[in-house]
Design a protein around this ligand. Structure first.
Ligand code: ATR
Length: 273
């Protein structure tokens, strides 16, 4: 890679970033399209500083992750309608010094599900009520027959259920929900605690499709349970790659080189199963 005075700068802001695969995937995309740009990890706990840095350096685009997806909203010049409704931004584009916020998580989740099932006829059990659950919940609102949120903390479940106009239940009662689609947005089962599933196999009794948004490990304990009882499983890498591809298009105006991005993901994730 040749870095010179014309090289554009992109990056991901958040903390912790030790395990992020975004640099691997985005640098591969830039390289494969012959775009003179680099993408770095900016581990920071200072959103206003990031805003100033983005304008001053300038940084052309940012991915936004934990813990800033909601907090970044107040530091932007504009927020696209979907991201404003969700209340979370995962993508920032710097256009002539003005910072615009987008959410590519919601569309990424929908893209992973569409074509695999008839969403209109399916009830969904959504595990978790945090930022990722908000994006998935808003993506599915009005598309799924019914949504039920199951969360460890009742207040958060009730708040998101209120925003989505759907039901909620405490996480231990998730097994009592009849749902054809189960989606995990909690970190339960994520590396290094890979043996845990957020729900017992009983919660999958009526499920035909189970999606996990965790991508490390690639096959979570939940997906292994789901496979064992005959469900179609959708691994977290699908949503991760979909959201990254949409970010690339927002930043460059080009179609994302999805095969190269997937290859870079496969190489970066290495031998982790
Ligand atoms: P994100 O932006 O990735 O969604 P978040 O906003 O911190 O992150 O939300 C994490 C979600 O995972 C929450 O629903 C959280 O439940 P609480 O609302 O009770 O905190 C859930 N979660 C995190 N750790 C969990 C655990 N060990 N068991 C069950 N749920 C957990």
């Amino acid at each position: 890679m040749k870095i010179d005075a014309r090289t554009s700068l992109y990056g991901i802001m958040g903390k912790p970033l030790g395990h992020t695969l975004s640099p691997a995937v985005h640098n591969a995309a830039f390289a494969s399209c012959g775009i003179n740009a680099v993408y770095l990890a900016f581990e920071t706990l200072h959103p206003p500083g990031c805003r100033e840095a983005a304008r001053a350096l300038p940084i052309k685009g940012l991915s936004v992750t934990i813990p800033y997806k909601s907090r970044i909203l107040g530091h932007l010049d504009s927020v696209e309608a979907t991201a404003a409704e969700i209340g979370a931004v995962n993508t920032v584009a710097n256009r002539g010094g003005a910072l615009h916020g987008f959410n590519t998580d919601a569309g990424a989740a929908l893209k992973a599900l569409e074509g695999r099932m008839d969403l209109e006829r399916t009830s969904c059990l959504l595990l978790g009520a945090g930022g990722a659950a908000r994006a998935v919940g808003f993506a599915l609102r009005g598309r799924c027959a019914e949504i039920t949120i199951a969360n460890r903390t009742g207040d958060r479940a009730a708040e998101l259920a209120g925003a989505l106009g759907c039901r909620w239940t405490p996480l231990p009662d998730a097994a009592g929900v009849r749902a054809g689609l189960v989606i995990n947005t909690t970190p339960v089962g994520m590396h290094p605690e890979t043996g845990r599933s957020p729900v017992p196999v009983k919660a999958l009794e009526y499920a035909s499709v189970v999606m996990d948004i965790i991508y490390r490990p690639r096959r979570t304990a939940l997906l292994n349970l789901a496979e064992r009882v005959g469900c179609v499983t959708i691994a977290g890498e699908e949503m991760f790659l979909n959201q990254a591809a949409a970010q690339f298009s927002i930043w460059t105006g080009l179609e994302a080189p999805v095969l190269e991005m997937k290859t870079a993901f496969d190489q970066a994730v290495g031998g982790i199963k």
